[in-house]
Ligand binder design. Structure first.
Ligand SMILES: [Zn+2]
Length: 158
């Protein structure tokens, strides 16, 4: 079986908008049993219990499930899932601040910012099918990803 070993360049983000809330509990990884982990993923088992996994274990599972040859290749590909979505938010944010005549992202109130994130999240899921997201994540050059996103956003009032 062919194993994937392509590594993806890191997406450079301007604002580092992260919708992910920091979880402050003492979480234990269900796989390696490490405590106080940074949450990598979670899943609900058949009994309805939530299992939490640390980042290292999450990347390991991702590598196995998707037949990557190295952890590095798996990590870089998995990173893309999040970073391409963040990149979408940033491009949308530029459009939004321009429309509102704001000088920067700092001009948004906390409430407006949260509203923006929610809308951006919905819009990303509306504009791109699952297959289109995968295709976008697989694009090598960041500027080509940006071009594809901008093209989708053309004509959308925000
Ligand atoms: Zn673990």
């Amino acid at each position: 079986m062919i194993k994937k070993d392509k590594t993806y360049s890191e997406i450079k983000l301007k604002y580092h908008i992260k919708a992910k809330k920091k979880i402050r509990y003492d979480l234990q990884c269900s796989s390696c049993k490490k405590r106080n982990i940074t949450l990598g993923s979670r899943c609900i088992d058949r009994k309805g219990k939530i299992n939490y996994f640390c980042e290292d274990c999450t990347i390991y599972f991702y590598k196995q499930d998707n037949k990557f040859r190295t952890l590095k290749a798996a990590a870089s590909r998995r990173r893309r899932i999040f970073d391409v979505a963040y990149l979408f938010e940033e491009i949308l944010m530029d459009k939004y601040t321009k429309n509102k005549n704001y000088n920067s992202v700092n001009d948004l109130s906390g409430e407006e910012f949260q509203r923006f994130l929610n809308t951006a999240h919905d819009l990303y899921n509306t504009l791109f099918t699952k297959e289109e997201k995968v295709a976008l994540e697989e694009v090598i050059e960041q500027k080509d990803i940006e071009k594809k996103i901008s093209k989708k956003l053309k004509g959308i009032e925000f």
